[in-house]
Write a protein that binds this ligand. Structure first.
Ligand SMILES: Cc1cc2nc3c(=O)[nH]c(=O)nc-3n(C[C@H](O)[C@H](O)[C@H](O)COP(=O)(O)O)c2cc1C
Length: 362
């Protein structure tokens, strides 16, 4: 079993340019090594200028960003862990203020999300701009931006990449029938709604071997129900998981909740269906790396994590917020040490406070 560090946006990239910096390298290194995570996911990382939706998130589409990420990957490797880049396109979850030439954000649809993003160093959230539905002919360009970002991720020293298919962003905007209102071959029947996710994953797998590619889903609706409608979660996510498993991906990262101690009704049935596809265990690629692993997380306490592993319903557990406040979470879990609470006030933006100043246990 490996301990995973969840992708966590912290909005501390150097501006302008959305460039990873030395403080970020220190933060990731603190959460690496024998006391930290075995495998770290980077914070969500926009694959192109159009893919940005929040201020000061580090991108992976310029040479300066590749150089910036090299410091991060080097520091994690020196500590003895792996780091994978989470490839992100926000789609309609953006504002014209962050888009090239102030254009409308793009999506599967022209319907706004009604969600809010922060676009400057005030970190105050404002309503997303009205999106523009991508023309069918444009979609290959967006897919190419993921492929290019995978190539840059490899050059930046990442051990693999995770396709961000969760949390209401572009891939999910194509997946869900309540959002995707297209009448071309990227909308309508399930096979069409899955097409974008699968073509992105194939593009990324043309750069990294599939045993170095993961995929994140969040088969939940929760407070986001209004803007993330899906009438058949079981079928949509079940067939998606089957298709991804057939590609022999390294893992499916399943966000099972955002809220500690709460799981949506019906979720266990969906997770069991995903587990059938990503049955993990000893499955290995021809180069001997694990494939079809199920990584569970989202609102997990250490006890939830232990139970999930013991029951065999997942192969690995991922923690997010606990890792923010406990850089040595691996050791604390192993030794049963007390856990510190993270401060939500310092989640997004700012400096070292609430970022690199959480101490290890002593
Ligand atoms: C500050 C913060 C930033 C997050 N950023 C991302 C992100 O960049 N990408 C992503 O897929 N999920 C993101 N999430 C969701 C987490 O990865 C995780 O799924 C969620 O926090 C629930 O897990 P936890 O209870 O272990 O924290 C974020 C969550 C928080 C609290």
């Amino acid at each position: 079993m490996s301990l995973y560090f969840a992708p966590l946006t912290r909005a501390r990239a150097s501006m302008p340019g959305n460039v990873p910096n030395a403080m970020m390298a220190e933060y990731y290194a603190q959460r690496s090594g024998p006391d930290g995570a075995d495998i770290l996911l980077s914070e969500a990382t926009p694959v192109s200028p159009q893919a940005h939706g929040y201020y000061a998130t580090p991108g992976i589409h310029t040479e300066a960003q590749v150089d910036g990420w090299k410091q991060v990957t080097d520091s994690v490797h020196a500590a003895g862990s792996e780091i994978w880049c989470q490839l992100w396109h926000v789609g309609r979850m953006s504002h014209a203020a962050l888009q090239p030439d102030g254009a409308a954000p793009v999506s599967s649809t022209s319907t706004p999300s009604g969600r809010h993003v922060y676009v400057d160093d005030s970190f105050e959230r404002i309503l997303c701009s009205e999106p523009r539905a991508l023309e069918t002919e444009e979609i290959s360009t967006v897919i190419e931006s993921y492929r290019h970002a995978a190539e840059l991720s490899m050059r930046a020293g990442f051990d693999g990449v995770e396709v961000h298919g969760a949390n209401g962003y572009l891939i999910e905007q194509f997946l869900r029938s309540g959002v995707n209102d297209r009448d071309d071959h990227y909308g309508g029947i399930l096979a069409n709604r899955l097409r974008f996710a699968l073509e992105v994953t194939e593009a990324v797998c043309s750069v990294f071997d599939s045993d170095r590619v993961g995929f994140r889903v969040s088969p939940i609706s929760g407070d986001l129900e209004a803007d993330r409608g899906e009438h058949d979660m079981l079928e949509t996510y079940g067939v998606l998981a089957d298709e991804l498993a057939a590609m022999d991906l390294a893992f499916l990262d399943v966000v099972e909740s955002f809220t500690v101690g709460q799981r949506e009704p019906g979720l266990d049935v969906i997770c069991a269906r995903l587990r059938e596809a990503f049955s993990g265990g000893d499955a290995r690629s021809s180069s001997g790396r694990p494939v079809r692993q199920y990584v569970a997380g989202g609102g997990f306490t250490p006890e939830d994590g232990e139970r999930a592993i013991a029951s065999g319903r997942c192969d690995h557990v991922m923690y997010g917020r606990l890792f923010i406040a406990n850089p040595d979470l691996g050791r604390r879990l192993l030794d049963g040490l007390p856990l510190a609470d993270p401060d939500p006030e310092t989640f997004y933006g700012g400096g070292a406070e609430g970022y690199t100043d959480y101490p290890a246990w002593s």
